[in-house]
Design a protein around this ligand. Structure first.
Ligand code: F6R
Length: 606
């Protein structure tokens, strides 16, 4: 998704801006651009495609200027093209923008009426012309204030001005924005990751705030334009040097890192000496909570769905799960005794953040389960449970999914114990099983050849289905999501028991179907559903766990057996072959595995 960088320095900035844009590439984008100020002129260079294309432009190397802004764009208004790429500039001002201006059509009409000429199809260009219009009569700060007032929708902005060789303005409403501090230079960035190679001193803007960035000074203002003081945070050096190592793709590395990331999560939350779970500083009386509402998007939503099964199994709490983009616009009945849990790897997903904001505004108990601890969701949740799985760069979430599930499982166990829904003996046994999970994930990762071979069938087929029941159903959804987002072939996750209510009609000779049938309470039922698809010609890849009991079924195309553990933890192991299936499918198709088309790592627009 779009990313912003701004640098105000005493040194030339173009190569530093390009390097920072490369750090933002993980977010997913379709074009890039840079603008610097030199000899009283705004120079703007933009290109479609990767930042590499921009860098290859010989003019970029020659670009002068000690102040500049850069952007990677993920198209919302207007096709991906160099014309629509940011920055957008008039003679006086140049702007980079993340977010969506919802009233851009009306504003454009108004500006055209005033004689302004538009070059692009973007919503962003109205900001350029509004500022230019206001500058005719007002000073810079008033022009910015008046412009921001007119904008509906969400934005993070970086702005430079033709006559101001020592000024970048940043402004935020709805989309994240951070300021960084360096020696004799200061920075603007859409996330701290872009700034980390230059500084670990960061200030985050809150909604409605704007800032003035000079080479030796940064000032912050609230919505009304009143000067405010803000804290400078020191980011941990952890994750600062995250690279691919010997791996071809971040995704492959991140899949392999899962034993370690699960181990880290367990270390953070398990009190081995006392055989307990540490959840410190929980701000509410657990006895006063009667229901849990889990909210997320995409893969994070799947971990919420998974958690519903655990919460229902291990606690007597009422549990519901919601997709953030649905929750935020529904007529919700907010209940004081509910705990609202927001699950997000990036902590910046616009819909999840909006749902959190809504709950906060209604005085609800909000808890973030988040990987990026400096993120907006982590900062604005009343209580945070970090995932501790380390930086995740691959757009397709892998280790963060296991990390989210781990934290939600741990939370359900702890709440179950405190509320007396499970006894100490059962709790201790589950902790014992949990401690060996990293080892089981390691062993399951060794399954490889069969997944590589079967992946060919999935990419050659018209489409595929992923079936599971109970604990395996959310994993089936996740497996299908991974395959479609990486290999661009249709894949559908379904509850195995629902097939005969419609989707069975899709099954035809040779269609690959993944059936998740671990030896749990649902095993026999799932095997019957598997027979139904085999009988209609499906090529079934059965994924189960190792057992001494033979699989009593014929005509299964392939079987993969993951390690064995208690049924709560099997979803972690079932996920691994599905992640690999998606990875190998995309690899065979030669697709950009870490940056699938049309997708972004941090979805900062709704
Ligand atoms: C899929 C994937 C997405 C994200 C979703 C939410 O592999 O990664 O579906 O899970 O965009 O992102 P976060 O977790 O950052 O809120």
């Amino acid at each position: 998704m779009c990313g912003i960088i701004g640098i105000n320095s005493y040194k030339p900035v173009s190569s530093a801006i390009i390097n920072s844009l490369k750090k933002l590439e993980y977010r997913g984008y379709d074009s890039a651009g840079i603008a610097t100020l030199s000899s009283g002129l705004i120079n703007e260079i933009k290109s479609e495609g990767r930042v590499d294309n921009l860098e290859k432009n010989s003019l970029v190397k020659k670009m002068e200027g000690t102040i500049g802004i850069g952007h990677v764009r993920w198209a919302t208004h207007g096709i991906p093209s160099s014309l629509n790429a940011h920055p957008h500039s008039s003679q006086n001002v140049s702007v980079v923008h993340n977010g969506i201006i919802e009233n851009s059509t009306i504003l454009k009409k108004f500006l055209i009426g005033k004689g302004h000429k538009f070059k692009s199809q973007t919503d962003t260009e109205v900001i350029v012309h509004l500022i230019t219009e206001h500058l005719k009569k007002e000073n810079i700060i008033n022009s910015i204030k008046k412009t921001l007032k007119l904008l509906h929708g969400s934005f993070a902005l970086g702005i430079i001005f033709k006559d101001q060789p020592d000024l970048i303005i940043g402004a935020r409403r709805g989309s994240p924005l951070a300021v960084g501090y360096g020696p004799n230079e200061n920075y603007l960035g859409s996330d701290s990751y872009a700034l980390k190679s230059m500084t670990n001193k960061i200030t985050y803007l809150n909604d409605g705030e704007f800032c003035v960035i000079k080479k030796d000074l940064v000032e912050f203002f609230d919505e009304k334009g009143t000067k405010i003081n803000k804290k400078v945070l020191e980011l941990s050096s952890e994750n600062q040097k995250y690279d691919k190592g010997d791996y071809k793709h971040f995704m492959a590395k991140e899949i392999d890192e899962q034993p370690m990331s699960i181990k880290n999560g367990i270390k953070e939350y398990l009190d081995t000496a006392n055989n307990d779970i540490n959840i410190f500083n929980f701000p509410w009386k657990i006895e006063n909570i009667s229901s849990v509402i889990l909210i997320g998007c995409g893969t994070a939503y799947h971990s919420c769905l998974m958690a519903k099964y655990w919460f229902e199994e291990l606690t007597s709490l009422d549990v519901s799960v919601d997709i953030a983009s649905e929750f935020r616009y529904r007529k919700n009945r907010f209940k004081k005794d509910s705990l609202y849990i927001f699950v997000s790897q990036s902590g910046e997903t616009a819909d999840t953040y909006a749902a959190l904001d809504l709950c906060n505004k209604n005085g609800m108990k909000t808890c973030g389960v988040v990987n990026v601890i400096e993120s907006s969701i982590a900062r604005d949740s009343k209580f945070v449970l970090p995932i501790h799985c380390g930086t995740e760069i691959g757009v397709a979430s892998t280790k963060a999914f296991l990390g989210q599930m781990l934290i939600l499982y741990i939370l359900s166990l702890k709440l179950g114990l405190i509320r007396g829904d499970i006894n100490k003996k059962k709790f201790s046994q589950k902790l014992k099983d949990l401690k060996v999970l990293p080892e089981l994930v390691s062993k399951t990762l060794l399954i490889d050849n069969k997944i590589q071979t079967t992946s060919s069938t999935f990419i050659e087929a018209k489409g595929s289905m992923f079936l599971g029941r109970g604990f395996s159903y959310p994993i089936a959804l996740e497996g299908a999501l991974k395959l479609k987002e990486l290999s661009y072939v249709h894949a559908e996750g379904y509850p195995a028991g629902e097939m005969k209510h419609g989707p069975l009609a899709l099954i035809e000779e040779g269609m690959p179907v993944v059936v998740l049938a671990p030896r749990d309470n649902y095993y026999k039922k799932t095997i019957s559903n598997m027979q139904e698809v085999i009988a209609r010609g499906a090529k079934v890849l059965l994924i189960t766990n190792k057992s001494k009991d033979e699989i009593v079924s014929e005509n299964i195309w392939e079987t993969i057996e993951v390690e064995t553990t208690n049924e709560d933890l099997l979803p972690f192991l079932l996920t691994i072959p599905l992640q690999k299936l998606a990875y190998y499918s995309a690899l065979k198709k030669g697709y950009d595995i870490d940056k699938p088309r049309n997708l972004a790592k941090s979805v900062t627009v709704e």
